[in-house]
Write a protein that binds this ligand. Structure first.
Ligand code: AMP
Length: 214
């Protein structure tokens, strides 16, 4: 089963993708993570994307489609979770073609709906474990008092360079202008399910499971 998690920055796509990986043995393909890796490794491509990402703008379709193409060609999986991809209509068309070429289908698109105020609160309070990527929130899910990650015991936590209010404003505008048209695109194809992304993590988890198992 191949699925897309669609939603604005801070909707909880990464958090829910991690559960699906654990529970269903699927493989998470996050273009954001791939781009951050490229940035950290200091490659030419990394240098090009670093500035774009810091501003909260979208990286070119050509680059992200290339990253996804490479994964689909080389990784064998019991289903992919596309997290943060596609973000434009051109990317959505390309994903359809790539899956078809690989003899695969797109089985569900889960739209996670969260209002802007909650997104700003979530993102400006967000940090992740430097070892395993577990996501924390200063208010709703603080780092344990002993300073150790509850998942892996790691002691280093980081905040994303683009998790600040300026960059977030641009990221939200990019979402509404370029990504939200995908809601209609997948609705028309008949594989869109909208869920409320504002609830407790486990409630959202249950709603996604129900959508995938129906
Ligand atoms: P994310 O981790 O999904 O929030 O992505 C972080 C940043 O990486 C975004 O703000 C964009 O600059 C870039 N990015 C990630 N995925 C894509 C994509 N599919 N298309 C264009 N830019 C992307």
């Amino acid at each position: 089963m191949n699925i897309i998690l669609l939603g604005p920055p801070g909707a909880g796509k990464g958090t829910q993708a991690r559960y699906l990986v654990e529970e269903r043995g699927m493989v998470q393909l996050s273009t954001g993570d791939m781009l951050r890796e490229a940035k950290d490794s200091g490659t030419e491509m990394g240098k090009v994307v670093a500035e774009v990402m810091a501003k909260g703008q979208l990286v070119t379709d050509e680059i992200v489609i290339g990253l996804i193409r490479e994964k689909l060609e080389t990784v064998k999986a019991n289903g992919f979770i596309f997290d943060g991809f596609p973000r434009t209509l051109a990317q959505a068309d390309a994903l359809g073609e790539l899956l078809e070429f690989e003899g695969q289908t797109l089985d569900a698109v889960i739209e996670m709906e969260v209002d802007d105020e909650a997104l700003v609160q979530r993102i400006t309070a967000r940090s992740t474990c430097g070892s395993c990527g577990e996501v924390y929130n200063d208010i709703t899910k603080p780092i344990p008092p002993n300073g150790k990650c509850s998942n892996c015991g790691g002691t280093e936590f980081k905040r994303r360079a683009d998790d600040n209010e300026d960059s977030l404003r641009t990221r939200l505008m990019e979402y509404y202008k370029k990504t939200s048209p995908l809601i209609g695109y997948y609705y028309a194809k008949g594989n869109l399910t909208r869920i409320d992304g504002l609830g407790e993590i486990d409630t959202v988890r249950g709603a996604i499971a129900a959508a995938l198992d129906k």
